[in-house]
Design a protein around this ligand. Sequence first.
Ligand SMILES: Cc1ncc(COP(=O)(O)O)c(C=O)c1O
Length: 297
Amino acid sequence: MSSAPAPSARRPGAAVPAAVWVDGALVPDGHPAVHALDHGLVVGDGVFETCKVVDGRPFALTLHLRRLERSAAGLGLAAPEEDVVRAAVREVLAALGPAAASARLRITATSGPGPLGSERVPGAGTLVVAAAPLSPWPAGARAVTVPWTRNERSAVAGLKTTSYAENVVALARARERGASEALLANTRGQLCEGTGSNVVVAVGDELLTPPLASGCLAGTSRLLLLRWAAQEGLPVREADLPYEELGRAPEVLLTSSTRDVQPLAAVDDRPLTTSALGRAAVELFARRAAQDDDPQP
Ligand SMILES: Cc1ncc(COP(=O)(O)O)c(C=O)c1O
């Protein structure tokens, strides 16, 4: 087992350093370990996954690795070898030590060092696996609407690429307004997703989530909620929704790897309720995730 490398002071505010692995070896947190002209850094030419880690075990790692492959294929990148990624994950979580009881794991694969423009040169990619402690989301999470849209016809729609600057801007707007997520429409004015989450809205006696054709990411948590709800007869399904639904729905929930199923307390300062159905969705996810931490695709 590898021991954690010495931490550095590069992550201000971090009580426990991240464990970081780059292209075959653990490196000290904050240590410069990626080529300055990595195309992932220069133009965002890369893909990534974020998993939650519970009691030292990554949740739904297989689903995340399959999506990493799909994202890489969508960019025309070779996905990293699965065995290598899984071994790196084990090494990183061992290095994180007791902090792996509740952590966030990030797997990033880029096209590797490249030119200063958008053209990609063939070559070895860069693989980074990192984990850091994860604090639970506080209760009473709020979201806001934003004026920017997701482009469901984009070349990278539905791919989890490292080009996340749009999400950074939208999330910063949410933070300015005291919220923890921003919810986006697509170019057709339909509800799409959050900057790092899928969205579920109560309409009548059902919970509805936008279909993948909306341009949203195929969230692993969204998939599991839909699957487990169908198996247990809970009315949760995909449906197109106008963005304006956020202004009238009594209940809105988010799904993501770090949130699981998270009821929102408000959208744009409009208070929301959590119904028995919403609570059942939260309970269903928690129960089924505890029974199987690596659901298969
Ligand atoms: C844009 C976006 N949508 C949805 C999600 C939710 O996906 P998952 O449930 O796999 O975490 C994420 C995850 O970070 C995301 O970045």
